[in-house]
Structure formats: structure tokens, C-alpha cells
Design a protein around this ligand. Sequence first.
Ligand code: RB5
Length: 150
Amino acid sequence: MKLFAIGSDHAGYEMRLSIKAYLESRGFSVEDFGTFDREKSNYPEIADVVANKVAAGGYEGGILICGTGIGMSLAANKVRGIRAACVSEPYSARMCKEHNNANIICFGARVVGIEIAKMIVDQWIDHEFLGGRHQTRVDMITKIEENGHL
Ligand code: RB5
């Protein structure tokens, strides 16, 4: 069974619970890394945990939600091996899997409504990385990550 890691800050708290329930209703397993109350929290702390879990393996991918999705993606992308895409509509959610092999998807609870958020995770989960020329480009991203440049 596919296992996903999920996390949010306070801004994404309600949406995270809804997306977690939605994924479970689709038959997926979800490991929830908080935040576990509505108190103000620091998105890099949650991104750190989820991104390192995903990078270590054992997860199909990770989902990170904050106010905009931007802070989560910026922080998650600092973890080696992570390709976190911040998206706000379903087309980019599909492309970030097919072309970029994004292993974390981020979106903003203050940007998208819950139905768009569900479409975003569906498109990301239900499509596969296409490889080929896209693999060459993803390898270039990894090289920049490793060397600071191509
Ligand atoms: C919290 O107010 C907000 O800054 C955070 O959720 C996120 O949008 C940061 O990128």
C-alpha cells in the first residue's frame, strides 16, 4: 500500500486533516507529522521532518501545506534528494510528477480551496514520471545540488 508523509504549519492545519482523510478514503496510508494544534508554528520545522523522512525512503512522497506552500517548498528543497513543487492548480501538479519527478508537493491553504487541493494531490499521485529527456534534466538538478553548479 502506498504510504505518504504529510505535514503542515498552523495555516494548513485544517486542510492537512482534510487531505489526510481524503487520501485514506482513496485507500492510501498516511503518516502525519503535524503540527498537532492550531498554535502558531514554524513551517521549516515541519518541512525538515517530512523532507528528511521522504529523502530517507519508504514513502511514496510527501505533502506539505502552509499558507502559500512557498515556505514549505523552499525549506524542503534544502534537503538533499528532495524535489518539492509548490503548485496551485492541477495541471502543474501533473507536470511536476511527469517532468520533474517531484517527490514532495506543496500548496497553500490560503491560496487553494479543498476541492482544488484534492485535484492537485490526485494529479500528482495518479501520474508517473516520464523519464527519458526529463530524467536527463532531473539529473542536472541533482548535479547542481551536489556541486553547486552543473
Ligand atoms: C504563516 O503565517 C505563513 O507565513 C506560512 O504559513 C507560509 O505561508 C509561509 O510560506
